[in-house]
Design a protein around this ligand. Structure first.
Ligand SMILES: Cc1cc2nc3c(=O)[nH]c(=O)nc-3n(C[C@H](O)[C@H](O)[C@H](O)COP(=O)(O)O)c2cc1C
Length: 267
């Protein structure tokens, strides 16, 4: 049976996860949620199995994913699943948020939801793991994803995970994130190390960056995915005073070229 997986990613973890599952399932289309950003109306997937793969932001969904889910009509799908990637926690609340949105739209929610731990990329708050630690995390995620793909192939129905602590964290942090996220790019700056290569503008899933005289200008439609900061080849983009010395991160199995395509309806 055909599967369609809709994904959102900043630094590649969720695309790597989506691709891994797609490879294990076969006959699977992998579509960037960002490619729907300039469209309107209900999205009806042309597949019996439907998945959403995205990162956890403040124990909830990225704003663009929540808006997309509100448009997604899964009523006629046989099996609906989600995989959320995260750096440490919050997956259960994000999955429950998605389940609620889908139920409201189509009267049916997730048949299964999975949270996979991957390297954290919220560089405004901490440094991403590097070296052996990063590799260990990715190897463990790979093993998790293999097991998860098996459950999806068998269309296993699972009760969604639940964590009262995570629910509280979401209640305390997510509303502020959602109300400020698009303007959070006001913290972003670019230094003279910028070579005007345009990578930041081309990988931004929100299409939020224009180049003016070769330098990035942010237009306050930010998703806070941190892709521009992590993927700038010279590390010229900062958010406040703390990101300067911090390690940059990109999922090593995902290329810049692939990240550029997420607004184009291509894996
Ligand atoms: C704005 C933002 C908020 C985040 N919030 C959380 C969180 O609440 N819990 C968590 O475990 N990881 C959090 N993370 C880390 C990401 O969920 C994690 O690194 C994810 O795998 C990144 O996926 P991507 O590479 O597909 O963008 C956050 C990252 C960003 C950029």
């Amino acid at each position: 049976m055909k599967t369609v997986i809709y994904y959102f990613t900043g630094t590649g973890n969720s695309l790597a996860a989506a691709r891994k599952i797609a490879g294990a399932l076969g006959d699977c289309e992998v579509i960037g949620i960002a490619s729907f950003a300039n469209t309107a109306g209900t999205v009806v997937p042309d597949a019996g199995r439907v998945g959403i793969v995205c990162p956890v932001y403040f124990a909830g969904l990225p704003a663009m994913v929540a808006s997309f889910a509100e448009r997604l009509d899964t009523a006629s799908a046989r099996y609906v699943f989600s995989v959320v990637t995260h750096g440490g926690g919050g997956g259960s609340a994000a999955l429950r948020q998605l389940d609620g949105i889908l139920k409201e739209k189509a009267g049916r929610g997730l048949d299964a939801g999975f949270a996979v731990s991957m390297p954290g990329n919220y560089i405004l708050m901490y440094e991403s793991p590097a070296g052996e630690k990063r590799d260990r995390l990715l190897a463990a995620a790979d093993a998790d994803l293999e097991r998860i793909a098996g459950q999806i192939r068998q269309e296993t129905r699972l009760k969604l995970p639940n964590s009262p602590v995570t629910r509280i964290v979401k209640a305390l942090t997510y509303p502020r994130f959602r109300s400020h996220v698009h303007g959070d790019d006001r913290k972003f700056t670019v230094s003279d190390e910028c070579t005007a290569c345009g990578t930041c503008a081309s990988i931004c899933p929100a299409g939020n960056i224009d180049l003016v005289d070769g330098k990035p200008v942010w237009n306050h439609r930010c998703e806070l995915c941190c892709g521009c900061i992590h993927l700038c080849p010279t590390g010229a983009i900062q958010a406040g005073s703390r990101t300067g010395g911090r390690q940059r991160y990109r999922n090593p199995s995902v290329s810049i070229a692939e990240l550029k395509r997420q607004r184009e309806n291509e894996p």
